[in-house]
Write a protein that binds this ligand. Sequence first.
Ligand SMILES: Cc1ncc(COP(=O)(O)O)c(C=O)c1O
Length: 402
Amino acid sequence: MELKAYDFDKIVNRKGTGSTKWDADPNLFIEDLDYKVDAENILPLWIADMDFEVLPEIKEALIKRAEHGVFGYTEMPDACYDAIINWEARRHNFKIKREWLLFTAGAVTAAHIGVQAFCQPGDKVIIQPPVYYPFYRTVSNNGAQLLLNNLIFNENSGKYEIDFEDFERKAKDPRASLFILCSPHNPVGRVWTRGELERLAAICAANHVKIISDELHSDLIMPGFEHLPIASLSETSLNNTVTIIAPSKTFNIAGIQATVNIIPDAEMRQKFENALMRSSLMRLNLFAIEAMQAAYTHGDKWLDELINYIKGNYDFLVKYMAEKLPKVKVMPLEGTYLAWLDFRAFKLNNYDLQKKMLVDAKLWLDEGYVFGESASGFERVALACPRSYIKEAVDRMAKAFN
Ligand SMILES: Cc1ncc(COP(=O)(O)O)c(C=O)c1O
């Protein structure tokens, strides 16, 4: 048996750390609640945030830097650039160049900057619901309009597929200038295939639609699947895409805020940089640099073990749900650490399902409907936590719904 170096079963108490997941009060945080939630005793498996202790080398790098005691303006060192470039080559066979990189404190910030850079007021941006909900406001906050290319849910396989005819129709809209791809897809857990990505890239190129590919979950791929950066598929795609990557989801350092934007085309990069400069968003926090460098330099083994643990959590969830609450279907998971559960058999409306979950089950999940109308009746569960939390969550659901 392979020796495991990291203990993902370990419980780390996060309460009192200002954690959004554990310390935010659902009564205040969730909009329009007209009932009271027992905030003290709720189990939070909503936001995409892990409950594991960080890779030890990240912690050590931060402590070492903190001990220096002087924290002035800081340049990105060569070693950090090398760590990013080598990580993408090693993990995803994506050969990137240092001069292609621009940095932001977050991926949502990057997507906002992308819309500002590539859209004129009134331009249209394609997204694929059900999808990571901040994409909606990324478009609307920046004077652009949404074009919704809804994914098609295959009721037999539980798998979501792309509606290419609709996508092409939308891309042909003369005002369509940008497509925000979520790859792998949050919340439905798809890892897009080469065929799917090539078809999307070709339609975009043929219709002068630029691509922002949010690849935040690209390191979190389940065994048997492979993430392909859409930009890496052809020269045309390379020069039509901003690829957003980060150690934030992979290593659970979202609070440290380091995001990498890979922009090979010089003109696109200049536009993106101009948009960054308009808000003077040109520097990363020095601790973000330290953490990112440590993660991308030392994180391979930790990540491999993490993926196995998440797969174990997913398999456990499938089995235990089948035993305790068989009316709920757990959708296939190809990538991300987000399980997607189908509660439609209970025929509850959005309000009643959410209330049952929050009040009766004392479980805080992300409601399907926030990702798009078509996802009513679904729930998203963040699986990156000790397995005992998943067991507790299923027990609570079973008690509330049976
Ligand atoms: C697909 C996707 N993009 C972006 C983000 C948020 O990234 P950031 O916190 O860096 O803005 C998330 C967080 O869950 C996500 O799932």
